[in-house]
Design a protein around this ligand. Structure first.
Ligand code: NAP
Length: 232
């Protein structure tokens, strides 16, 4: 008898790296539940789902909406999620320094990149069994130890807050699961821009391999798409 396929939930999979993760996992035979913010217009995830023979499912959630997160959690009751990956995030682009960023922009980035991912993880963690993986999309810019040059100040602070909240979550509720803050490298997407050296496929494949290598190892780690550890 074939073992049941791994089920992966990628939150924020309409485009960019999240879509790349959904595509990579689906290519490895996993059952993938990906989320978009809006069902219309159809996203890259919809196209992936249509070609997937039912292995890729499209769900809808805005991670900053507690009501929508709770509704998605209710819809997925009874699922076993082997890999929960919260990818959704935003940036302020160039010129992201605190002296020019508005308070509203600061709160929006903090809410989307730090608070919302942990709200999602808190809501879905009970669906992830021992030996499973709970991951959030971080960035090498999250490293407090590595912040020698500044820049991208609000974004950097939001990802550092994400990492800290993830560590606290792991201490409180990690149990026998791997809890991972994952850096994708600098990737050519709408956010990363055309100058980025990495394509989505290479980054996604590397992250999926790096997470697979951590499967069954409980504890929290900050890793990059090549599997190396990054200083917190
Ligand atoms: N690209 C890089 O070089 C790089 C480097 C380090 C870290 N990262 C991180 O990697 C992740 C993905 O980045 P990307 O480059 O793929 O960016 P992207 O192309 O801008 O895609 C962002 C994704 O996040 C979703 N999203 C944003 N806010 C959301 C919300 N409130 N609720 C649900 N979904 C939301 C977007 O959905 P919509 O389509 O609905 O907007 C989209 O699917 C982010 O967390 C980013 O910070 C990227």
């Amino acid at each position: 008898m074939n073992p049941s396929p791994t089920t992966v939930l990628v939150v924020g999979a309409s485009r960019g790296i999240g879509l790349g993760l959904a595509r990579d996992y689906a290519g490895r035979g996993a059952r993938v539940i990906g989320t978009v913010r809006r069902p219309q217009p159809p996203s890259g995830l919809h196209a992936l789902a249509e070609a997937s023979n039912g292995r890729v499912l499209v769900e809808t959630v805005d991670t900053t909406s507690p009501e929508q997160v709770a509704a998605l959690r209710r819809r997925l009751s009874g699922e076993t999620i082997d890999v929960l990956f919260v990818n959704a995030g935003i940036s302020l682009g160039h010129g992201d320094t605190l002296d020019v960023a508005s308070d509203e922009a600061f709160f929006r980035v903090m809410r989307t990149n730090a608070l919302a991912p942990l709200r999602v993880i808190e809501a879905f963690a009970d669906l992830v069994p021992e030996g499973g993986i709970i991951a959030a999309m971080s960035s090498v810019l999250a490293s407090v130890a590595g912040n020698t040059e500044g820049g991208m100040e609000v974004y950097r602070a939001s990802k550092a807050a994400l990492n800290t909240l993830l560590k606290s979550f792991a201490a409180r509720r990690g149990g026998g699961r791997a809890v991972l803050a994952v850096s994708p490298g600098w990737v050519r997407t709408d956010m990363g821009g055309p100058e980025a050296p990495l394509d989505v496929e290479t980054s996604a494949r590397g992250m999926v391999d790096a997470m697979a290598a951590r499967r069954g190892r409980k504890g929290v780690a900050f890793i990059d798409y090549r599997g190396g550890e990054i200083a917190w």
